[in-house]
Design a protein around this ligand. Structure first.
Ligand SMILES: C[S@@+](CC[C@H](N)C(=O)[O-])C[C@H]1O[C@@H](n2cnc3c(N)ncnc32)[C@H](O)[C@@H]1O
Length: 353
C-alpha cells in the first residue's frame, strides 16, 4: 500500500509545536484532513494527510509557504525510508516515481543537535545521489522540482519534493550570510536576512535605494543601521545607548537619545526598522501608529516572544497591526517569519501595497 503523503516543514528547534499547529491550521483552511506530528527539539514538524488520493504535484502549490511563520522550508513527503548503510542511494532511487523531473537534489538534516551530527553523511551522499539521478535522466538543471532527502539517522530518512516557487531556495532552509567585519553587532544579520527573505528581488530594487531615509528604533550599537547605510540609506538612530563610532563617521547617521516609543519623525521616511526589546504587543501597537499615520512606507520590526503561548502572541500582534492598517483604509502587505538569525522572536514586514 502506498504511504500517505504529508507536508513537512523545517523549523527552529524548540518551535515544533508552533510549526505543527500553524501547518495543521493552514491545511484545515484548505479542507485537507489529517493529523500533526511534532517531536520536541527535532527541528521539523509534519502533517500527515489522510483521505487524499495520490496527487502530489497539485499539493505542492496548494499550501503557500510564504504564509507560514515558523516554517523555514516546506515540502511534501512522498516516502519514509529505511536506508541500508551499504547502499543508501539505491533505496532512494527505488522510491522515486519514475516520472518525477528534478532540477535539484538536496541531502539535508534538521537544525537540531542530532541533525547536525548527520552533516558529514549528507555531504557524502550528495554527489552519488545526484549522479545516480542524472544517469536515470531524472535530474537535469533547469526546470523541475527539488528533491529533498532528509536524513533522520544514518539508517532512516524521508523523501520530499518541493516546488522552487513555493519553498526556500536554501539547503536545510537556512540562508548562509557572511558577517560583515565592519558591522557593529551580530544582529546586523537579522535585518540582512529580513530584506532577503521578506522582500522579493523586485521589491528590494524598488524599496531599498540610495538616497532613501530611515528611522531605526532601538538602534544601538548599530547593526541594523549599518545594513541601511550600506545600501545608501540615511538613518535617524534612536537609542540611549552608544552607536558605533565608525558608523557615525559615515555621516549618514543622526543619533538621538530619546524614547523609541514616543519619538515622532519630523517628516515621512521610507523605512522604519525596530529592534527594541519590549513586550511584543507594545511594539506592535507602536508599529500600527507609524503605519496608519503614514510616517513610514515600509516597516520591519522584531517581536520578542513570551515564554508561553508564543504563537497566540504573534497572531494577536499581527491582528492588531492589520486592523490598524485596515481601519485607516490602507492596503497593506503583512509578512512574518521566524528567521534563521532570530531566536525567540519573529520578524515582520509591513508595507504599503
Ligand atoms: C537588541 S538591541 C538592538 C540591536 C541593534 N538592532 C543592532 O543591530 O545593533 C535593543 C536596543 O533597544 C534599545 N531600547 C530598548 N527600549 C528602548 C526605548 N524605549 N527607546 C529606545 N531604545 C530602546 C536598547 O537600548 C538596545 O540598545
Amino acid at each position: 500500500m502506498a504511504q500517505p503523503l504529508s507536508y513537512l516543514v523545517y523549523c527552529r528547534t524548540g518551535f515544533e509545536r508552533e510549526a505543527v499547529a500553524e501547518l495543521g491550521e493552514a491545511c484545515a483552511e484548505l479542507g485537507l484532513n489529517g493529523y500533526g506530528q511534532a517531536q520536541p527539539n527535532s527541528g521539523y514538524a509534519r502533517f500527515v494527510l489522510t483521505d487524499i488520493d495520490q496527487r502530489p504535484f497539485g499539493l505542492l502549490h496548494l499550501l503557500p509557504w510564504q504564509k507560514l511563520i515558523f516554517a523555514r522550508q516546506l515540502m511534501l513527503i512522498i516516502a519514509d525510508l529505511q536506508l541500508p548503510e551499504q547502499d543508501r542511494v539505491s533505496e532512494v532511487v527505488a522510491n522515486l516515481p519514475g516520472d518525477l523531473r528534478l532540477a535539484e537534489v538536496r541531502v539535508e538534516h534538521s537544525d537540531s543537535d542530532h541533525g547536525r551530527e548527520l552533516a558529514a553523511l549528507c555531504r557524502g551522499l550528495q554527489k552519488p545521489l545526484e549522479q545516480s539521478l542524472r544517469d536515470r535522466r531524472q535530474l537535469r538543471e533547469g526546470e523541475g522540482l527539488t528533491l529533498h532527502l532528509l536524513l533522520t539517522s544514518g539508517r532512516s530518512g524521508m523523501l520530499g519534493i518541493s516546488h522552487p516557487l513555493n519553498a526556500s531556495a536554501h539547503v536545510n532552509g537556512i540562508i548562509r550570510l557572511r558577517f560583515p567585519k565592519q558591522a557593529p553587532s551580530r544582529s546586523t544579520l537579522k535585518l540582512d536576512e529580513a530584506f532577503l527573505t521578506l522582500l522579493t528581488e523586485q521589491e528590494r530594487q524598488r524599496y531599498l535605494k540610495p538616497g532613501m531615509s530611515a528611522v531605526d528604533l532601538g538602534a544601538a550599537p548599530g547593526g541594523w543601521s549599518y545594513q541601511l547605510v550600506r545600501r545608501g540609506i540615511t538613518v535617524t538612530a534612536i537609542d540611549n545607548g552608544a552607536i558605533d563610532p565608525a558608523l557615525m563617521a559615515s555621516g549618514m547617521v543622526e543619533h538621538l537619545r530619546v524614547d523609541g516609543f514616543t519619538y515622532e519623525p519630523r517628516k515621512r521616511v521610507d523605512w522604519l526598522v525596530c529592534d527594541m526589546i519590549d513586550q511584543p504587543h507594545r511594539v506592535a501597537q507602536r508599529m500600527a501608529v507609524w503605519f496608519s499615520r503614514h510616517w513610514a512606507d515600509h516597516l520591519i520590526f522584531n517581536l520578542k516572544l513570551p515564554m508561553k503561548k508564543r504563537r497566540d502572541e504573534v497572531q494577536r500582534c499581527l491582528a492588531l497591526v492589520e486592523k490598524a492598517a485596515v481601519s485607516s483604509s490602507l492596503n497593506c502587505e503583512l509578512r512574518a517569519r521566524q528567521l534563521y538569525h532570530d531566536r525567540d522572536e519573529v520578524t515582520v514586514y509591513l508595507g504599503r501595497r
